[in-house]
Design a protein around this ligand. Structure first.
Ligand SMILES: Nc1ncnc2c1ncn2[C@@H]1O[C@H](COP(=O)(O)OP(=O)(O)OP(=O)(O)O)[C@@H](O)[C@H]1O
Ligand SMILES: [Mg+2]
Length: 280
């Protein structure tokens, strides 16, 4: 090709790449799910970093079927590594064990998320049924789950019943030997009848003590709910499912959660939660 030809082809490369990716997604859905005429609709989403969530709607047996999927590995792995590293640093500086795993590939992330959602379903919790994960190219992986008709927690009026359901499910998850790893408003959805779904899990470090992982999960859920309900109501709902010892341990992680950019907690609310938990 002439030098001019090369120069002209360069700006078109991202578009060609995107087209190829979309083609691969359609092929995957036909091959593995028998879906044709697939429409791919990217979902906005909060602070998503390592994936691109989408709704996929395809035809099967004359019916239109919606699925949830995310293209894992779309943004820089370095961003995720940096964020996990900073959270671990914060814990180390506060004389606590590092908790957060640093993913090394999209495949590892997709496999972990798919396996953990399956374990959650086995425990009888409300979450999306995982359907499969499929490498798209050398870097990206498509994770497919059932589509949940619902609204993100941040766009719902959070009721005491919803809070109790969320804390109850977290306690059941922990009793089943599973930790969530990334509880926050973005990762909780509410169905039309008020059913609460816990979604989008993240892996803790292999060496992190289970008790600390559980305490961090509980701190995240309390901080999530404290964005919508009074700290007293949040602690009351948590207390129905977690004993005072666990509530007190979780208070040790409030400082970290408070500093996360995807939580919107004022110092006053964090302080109220901390004081309320101390009194337990
Ligand atoms: N099964 C589902 N059905 C419908 N909507 C969903 C489903 N799972 C998640 N969502 C919505 O899509 C958004 C993004 O999904 P998710 O949280 O799994 O991805 P992410 O945050 O981009 O992933 P990651 O944290 O791995 O980068 C969620 O905040 C939620 O509102
Ligand atoms: Mg998420």
């Amino acid at each position: 090709m002439s030098p001019e030809g090369d120069a002209l082809a360069l700006p078109q490369a991202p578009e060609a790449h995107l087209r190829q990716l979309l083609r691969r997604i359609r092929e995957t859905l036909r091959e593995h799910y028998g879906l044709t005429n697939v429409r791919i609709r990217p979902l906005g989403g909060g602070a998503s970093r390592f994936s691109l969530p989408c709704q996929l709607i395809g035809t099967h047996g004359g019916r239109r079927i919606p699925l949830f999927a995310k293209i894992v590995g779309t943004s820089d792995l370095l961003t995720v590594v940096a964020s996990q590293f900073i959270k671990n640093m914060y814990l180390t500086m506060n004389a606590k064990d590092s908790l957060f795993d640093v993913p090394t590939s999209a495949l590892e992330v997709a496999e972990y998320q798919s396996d953990t959602l399956a374990r959650m379903r086995k425990l009888g919790l409300n979450t999306a049924r995982p359907l499969g994960f499929h490498p798209l190219d050398g870097v990206r992986v498509l994770l497919v789950t059932e589509w949940i008709e619902g609204t993100p927690l941040s766009r719902t009026t959070v009721t005491p019943q919803m809070m109790e359901s969320a804390f109850g499910q977290l306690a059941a998850l922990h009793r089943g030997g599973v930790q969530h790893g990334d509880l926050k408003s973005d990762n909780i959805m509410v169905g039309p009848t008020g059913k609460v779904f816990l979604l989008d899990v993240a892996r803790f470090r292999e060496s992190a003590p289970v008790r600390a992982r559980e305490a961090y999960d509980l701190a995240c859920l309390m901080c999530t709910m404290a964005q919508y309900q009074s700290s007293d109501a949040v602690i009351a709902a948590a207390s129905k499912n977690f004993d005072p010892g666990r509530l007190q341990t979780s208070a040790e992680y409030l400082g970290l959660v408070r500093r996360r950019p995807d939580f919107y907690l004022t110092d006053l609310i964090a302080e109220r939660l901390r004081n309320g938990l101390r009194r337990r």
